[in-house]
Design a protein around this ligand. Sequence first.
Ligand SMILES: [Zn+2]
Length: 613
Amino acid sequence: MRSIFLYFFIAITTIQLNAQAAYWQQEVSYNMQIDMNVESNQFKGIQKLVYKNNSPDTLNKVFYHLYYNAFQPGSMMDVRSRTISDPDSRVGARIAALKDDEIGYQKINKLSQDGKKLTFKVVGTILEVELAKPILPGASTSFTMDFEAQVPLQVRRTGRDNKEGIRYSMTQWYPKMVEYDKQGWHANPYIGREFHGVWGNFDVAITIDSKYILGATGYLENANEIGYGYADENIEIEHGEKLTWKFTAPMVHDFAWVADPDFTHKTTELDNGTTLHFLYQADSNTTNWDSLPHFAVKIFEEMNQTFGEYPYKQYTVAQGGDGGMEYPMLTLITGHRSKGSLVGVTAHEAIHSWYQLLLATNESLYPWMDEGFTSYAEDVILPSILPKYKPFSGSYRSYFNLVESGKQEVLTTHADHYKTNRAYGVASYSMGLIFCHQLSYIVGYDVFLKGMKRYFNEWKYKHPTPNDFIRIIEKESGLELDWYLNQWIASTNTIDYGIKWMKEEDGLTTLTLEKIGELPMPLDIYVKYKNGKEEWINIPLRIMSGNKLKESNMGEYRVSEAWPWTYNLYELKLSSKIDNIESIVIDPSERMADINRENNTYPLKNDKIFKTK
Ligand SMILES: [Zn+2]
């Protein structure tokens, strides 16, 4: 009895240990047949889904997102959009004003699991499903759903008839399986931003009025029945009243499409064989689209080289939506733009192919990891593509202004729960960008970029967390960086270092540095001497257990003794008289988000200099 008990105890403990150590993610395969009615803006769908439970848990329930239900007066999204203190002008009270034929909905007519009818409940934008039989760890099950939907008038991202006259921006348009991961279910009510989905394969057939031209996630499988610039040029195609477009998309976590009868379709190719598609209404407002293929090729080439190779064989830039939004192998952007704005938004959305669509972080929990990393990569690659582009400084300004306003919130806030749209925006885009740029300051630029590539190679097609990312940079740099992740995302602590005073004794200068802000950082001190000599001195933090190596733009470099962060003052010795020093700057690269840079430089006011001869 006792030995059997002991055996089971050991067996269970071993399984648990393995389950905790190993990464796992759920898998899904969608097969959807959609019949679209362009008169009523409604469609019918049959969805067959195979779901594999790779978790160590037995599942008794599953959930689906029904995003369209958000576009109804009184929905959580409607109320949130009208009551937040700084409403998004693209939403405001527009949902409250939707008429019956303008609202969105997804109605589930029938749902079964492995042939057995299921009971379910619709709660706003979430479908809750009691399973007929539990899904055991490692087991697969199939769901068959019969549903119908009405496409809402375009309000935020998804919908019909956007302000530029694109008929269908079909995003968040189908009942989508909710992700279950180490943190459990993410049946997040949709109130307007951020997504998280299950990795898998899509097989989607869309039957629609044959005058419509489509773009979508995935590969068009029946191009020679379609034409419209997708087929070989010599093929003659006669269309009936309706046409079925068949797409497949391997290893993605969402599927979106766009359709309009007036689309012009152009393509171009990268050297590695990836085809870029462009769909837009060619008129006097979209003349800048003529040169977009040229710029898009450069964007992909730069990204492939610096941040890891885009693995899919197609990407589509389509006019649609209400600004710019990323989907796998597809972006919808508004098209009436200046050249700089058109190239900028295309770059931003295309770069999301790396940060979110391949490195599929949970956007609701860590919006700074997709928006911030995307904004960072954008600022790294765009200056070589758009010579007038000014990188980085705008994000620092937004952050400094938010700090000054007192409205800053911690980056660990769930995207839906920020008190203001502004705090969400600055945290996600600006502070996320600064997180990266500042980390490149801590570990060195080349080391950081190598880390970014390693992050891509080790975590693509998965759901990395902040800790997974910082571990990569720790391994690449050999430094301990958990303090930085924690301080930057889980506190509103700020950085302020300054030059306190200088002393001269026996012909040598002692520079006293002061830590004024709560957030500790390693320092780069740049010293220029009157004889033309330059020196970079790195002061690491003791909690880093190491120091960064010389960066490629630095001249003479030395590492000073590590700074224990609880000390407010630090004395740095310079082997020169004060009079021989021309200037001193703390962090001349300005990558450190020091909220007061006025105290970062010498020459100082005279009353702070004490000379002893
Ligand atoms: Zn973005």
